[in-house]
Design a protein around this ligand. Structure first.
Ligand code: MN
Ligand code: MN
Length: 315
């Protein structure tokens, strides 16, 4: 009888300790191309909380990823050095202190040229992530998948920072190149017509789910490319852009969204763009069923890693 070698992708998904894709948990940045970073913060959610458990659940389901992306013909864990950096220290009752911690930690990685994929957490965390990336790359093109524009001015009265406001704040802080800001998958009942009008007035190119279905996947990708061109682009991905039938584990579900297949096709279509950073937010495991949302989320992160790996390959 031989003893199985319990390392890397030779390990079965139910073995061992969870890091993203079984990559080494380290903060040594020597030779590192990509760091997966968790931000277990959901203090800014307006409805159902629980996204603080997102990073852990996504890591656990990532053990199902076997390593080779057939659609993009790349092995993202082999083509580049990926680490699991662990989680940012968050301060649940203090969103400003949490934002500072996220900014400082992620800046230290981005500054070194490491590409960061952040696992949320609520969408409020996009603001300090955009700050950190903008310091390095200047004003960013932003591809924003979401059911919601997240461009409210305030929430709960005077609250400037919440998961409903990060993109208005980011535009005010001049972190986003609004000529290259595109929102995809917007839908659902809102507090009024003004929600969408405000987002568009701020400069967002809004592709609602109705627009998306009319345009088709090729049309959406063409619109993204014509907006973003070769600018440094940050991809912010709210899991609620996907239909709750495929991603029920989220805080503010909206019916009538993308299927998981459509989303994978859209992400693969971003191949070759100058992608400099990613987040995946609003996965809320307490509302998930059979881990389907966190399985999907781990596969989306695998697509992010694959896009970075494809870009790294010589052409
Ligand atoms: Mn959002
Ligand atoms: Mn949303």
């Amino acid at each position: 009888m031989t003893t199985p070698k319990n390392t890397g992708f030779e390990a079965q998904p139910y073995y061992g300790i969870c890091t993203f894709g079984r990559q080494p948990h380290t903060r040594d940045l020597t030779g590192v191309d990509v760091a997966v970073v968790g931000v277990p913060y959901d203090g800014s959610t307006s409805y159902r909380s629980g996204a603080r458990f997102g990073p852990r659940a996504i890591r656990e389901q990532s053990l199902l990823l076997w390593g080779y992306n057939n659609a993009l013909d790349v092995a993202p864990f082999k083509a580049q050095k990926v680490i699991d950096y662990g989680d940012v220290d968050v301060v649940p009752p203090d969103i400003v202190a949490t934002h500072t911690a996220i900014h400082d930690e992620v800046s230290s990685l981005v500054k070194e040229g490491v590409k960061v994929i952040t696992l949320g957490g609520a969408h409020s965390i996009a603001l300090p992530l955009l700050r950190a990336h903008s310091h390095k790359y200047g004003r960013l093109a932003v591809i924003h998948f979401d059911a919601h524009p997240d461009t409210w001015d305030t929430e709960f009265g005077e609250q400037k920072y919440s998961h409903g406001t990060p993109f208005r704040r980011a535009i005010e802080e001049k972190l986003i190149d609004t000529s290259a800001y595109i929102q995809i998958g917007i839908r659902g009942p809102t507090s009024g017509k003004k929600d969408y009008e405000d987002a568009i007035a701020l400069g967002a190119r809004m592709i609602t789910i109705d627009d998306a279905m009319r345009m088709g996947l090729g049309g959406i990708l063409g619109e993204i490319r014509s907006r973003v061109q070769n600018k440094p682009v940050y991809l912010t991905f709210d899991i609620d852009s996907i239909d709750p039938a495929f991603a029920p584990g989220t805080g503010t579900p909206e019916v009538g969204g993308f299927s998981s297949y459509q989303i994978l096709q859209l992400l693969r279509g971003l191949k070759g763009l100058n992608l400099v950073g990613f987040d995946l937010v609003e996965v809320s495991p307490p509302f998930d069923h059979s881990n389907i949302t966190s399985i999907l989320a781990s596969n989306i992160v695998f697509e992010f890693l694959s896009l970075l790996a494809v870009n790294k390959q010589p052409v």
